[in-house]
Design a protein around this ligand. Sequence first.
Ligand code: XMP
Length: 511
Amino acid sequence: MLLIIDYGSQYSKLIARRVRECKVYCEIIPCDYSLEKIKGLNPKAIILSGGPSSVYEEDAPTIDKEIFNLGIPVLGICYGMQLMSHILGGEVLHLSKHEYGKTELNIDDKSDLFAGIIDDITVWMSHGDSVVKLPNGFVRIAHSGNTPYAAIADKEKKLYGVQFHPEVVHTQQGFEIIRNFVFNVAELPPTWNMKSFVEESIEEIRATVGNEKVLLGLSGGVDSTTVAVLLHKAIGDQLVCMFIDQGFMRKDEARKIVTLFNQNFKIQLIHIDAAKNFMSKIENVIDPEEKRKIIGHEFIHTFETEAKKLKENIPFLAQGTLYPDVIESASSSASKSAHKIKTHHNVGGLPEKMNFKVIEPLRKLFKDEVRLVGLELGVPEAIVYRQPFPGPGLAIRIIGEVTPERVRIVQEADDIVMAEIKKAGLYRKVWQAFAVMLPIRSVGVMGDKRTYLSTIALRVVTSEDAMTANWAHIPYDVLGNISTRIINEIPEVNRVVYDITSKPPSTIEWE
Ligand code: XMP
């Protein structure tokens, strides 16, 4: 394993993804881990991430000097490089010339970290401090206009530092630089793949669960479906899946999930049709946070009640937790106390008081790896590549009051949006495409008659990770087809508008 020590960089997850793309397993740990704990993880290489601190600040995060004497190859990125230089006797200074954004880098040594890289590349810099004197044993391997030591190395000890960010796409050949560290410097074998992950997971699940039963809450998305199929492969009918239909799914989706599980996978599925119950709880609720909370609580309540009804003794609860959630919960208190924008509700968030022993077979994986596992296990592509769908479902795409009729309207509109986006070959090119029902009516004219009907807003965004998003510049004829079909096929609607805001300042969902 390669270990990434996180000094608070916004790019740490990206570093991890790049390393995993090299087929090398890696984990991110917070920078306050002790030397003993780090040694206990037995890393074969270490990357020190960037971070917002300066090495001379009081309480600046650091690392035990001994780490550099263990014979483990280390790559320091930005703050990581400054910290390594500082600890090993170099000098770091806050210079008047800072570098932010794209910078030209001149490479001085192409023997290992920069093997196969062209002479001058554009790299992404973001630093105020610079290394101005190298520690003993180090040489310069690249420089830039403002930074004499833009990349440095102690080749004997396999310690490397780069002042720029090879992990971001703005750095030309950045992925190759990371590959070079992983393969040329650290000489790690590319053995991490999803086939071996599945095999190892099956063994692990069997060892943990024995002959006991496991309950899994199913949402129909890629994570919970993949967990279900993986568990079923490991323990067969010891797996009991529960699918709570709150009535805010897409058109026909509940039926499709039940068919897929019962007929294709032959996995035991308990289908709880709780639509009426959820609707009665949410009647007259307009406030978005209130809606989210009510649906979240009701979901947990239904799950608890139904789980109790199951006569068998089920000690285990499986959840589709992914690696980014694991990193998040292990991260520093500063990032945990971030301002709450929306209360997210997921099938995974069931309460601890239920006294289940929790198993999380996907906790080591990033989303794109879960997709590969899904494909490996025969999960249909329609689920593997399904666009993200919020836990509270269409209820938060109906602005204002949620009624059965408005759910039906937004389901119809969503169905048309999906069909047209797929027909235009855009489904996998955009992050999400969906319809939002607005709480207003407006005047129109149809067949010479005045109408006074509802408005549907169309939202299509591109994004890498949902943290930021752009409205998608989809072709006018696709917009036109969607609008025409919605108006022609949904009698309650006489107007369609396109949402042209990015995130920020908007969010992707309207509530
Ligand atoms: P926002 O609206 O915050 O959404 O920009 C970011 C991404 O998260 C999805 N989303 C949710 N996903 N449970 C989920 O699993 C939720 O409660 C939830 N709310 C929003 C949203 O669709 C987008 O992809």
